[in-house]
Write a protein that binds this ligand. Sequence first.
Ligand SMILES: C[S@@+](CC[C@H](N)C(=O)[O-])C[C@H]1O[C@@H](n2cnc3c(N)ncnc32)[C@H](O)[C@@H]1O
Length: 424
Amino acid sequence: MASPNTTANIVELAAQISTAVAQLQEQLSAQGAPSPSFAEDSPENFPPNVSHLKDTILDATANLHEMLLDPLALLFKFASISNLVSIDAICRYKIPDMIPPGGQISFEEIAEKTGLQKGVVRRFLRHAMAMHILREVEPEMVAHTSISKFLTIPYINGWVNFESKDTWPATTRVVDAIQKWPNSQEPNETGFVLANNGKTVQEVVTTDPERAMRFGTGMQAINHVPGYAIEKVSTVYDWTSLGDARIVNVGGSRGQAAIELAKNFGNIKLLVQDGAGMIQGAESGVPEELKGCVEFMPHTLFEPQTVEAPVYFFRMVFRGLGDKYAVEVLKAQIPVLRPGVKILLQDVVMPEPGAIPLCRERVARAVDLALECFSNGRERYLDEWKALLAAADKRFVLHKVYVPKDSLLGILEVHWDESGAGEV
Ligand SMILES: C[S@@+](CC[C@H](N)C(=O)[O-])C[C@H]1O[C@@H](n2cnc3c(N)ncnc32)[C@H](O)[C@@H]1O
């Protein structure tokens, strides 16, 4: 199925843009929200009720723009690895932090503060400015845009660092890894491993605290992806329907999602399981009033589950695993499963081409390749989820899929059904 947007001609696209922009402006004005701009105080997000208009405009403008590019120009736009050079440089030297809010700084001063030659500063900055990151308000004087202001958030700066030092070198080796180990599902046969002297992500983060910190900071930035903020975990599923349930949160990291759920649903208790290193000291992050509602237990994904509970919750765990390992994790839960137990998988159900706005589809497909790069993990289409469950045991029955508006991070509700009656 081809993306429907590619069939519109330039006049139709221009008309779509014109109509949707007028509607967007009308809605923003009615809500007293500012018109989008690169001004440094421009809000990061639009009001949520205009997201459909934003999607329409982003898709139509992208299609119009890309339709007008020559083939080489289009390839250059998407293959342009030099973009990360200037972004890396300005973040590594923390240049956005040097600009006073509402003020400006000269190339000369930046050169003094960074120890770089002024010509080098100018080169990096003007490249970044061509992407709307920073602006030259008068010759050789630099001020913020909304984008450079965003880069002053410490963990966003940290995410750029992660992208430059960890993601980028590994990504350049993805196709090499596929050539070397075709169809591999092994976490030690990836682009990341080729770029890191044979070490897996797990080996790197458990032996190198500086890099572990970078990975952690990189993950924090995910909160800015629509639907991925930890606060959203409470809204994506009807947790009250579980009653006074005890939930085992497998691969629950340091309890971020569990704490969020405990805050909002006083009647549920959560046991967070993760590797011993990951949960070490995590109890101290549980707010006083939630102590006893969120507990921790060292437990690896592949060990047979030992805790009996009515609900098992996995958030963004399966996407990091190839099918072979994902099946093993499901099988590891079987010893404690009883009829009616729910297994909630919060992960992405990959959309078919054209099923969601192109701007979102591109993000989903980019993340899918990143999962390949880091661990031979993957996003899964609905039929692949079903096949995965069936491969583990036919008593894992998919009951329902919840996909929130504006996000792909949904919940697959799976029941342990000894009748093997099939999905609803
Ligand atoms: C992408 S993170 C998701 C973390 C958390 N569920 C969340 O949503 O923020 C994957 C989690 O799986 C855990 N994990 C990966 N392999 C594991 C293993 N073999 N045993 C235990 N935990 C593991 C990691 O430590 C990490 O916390």
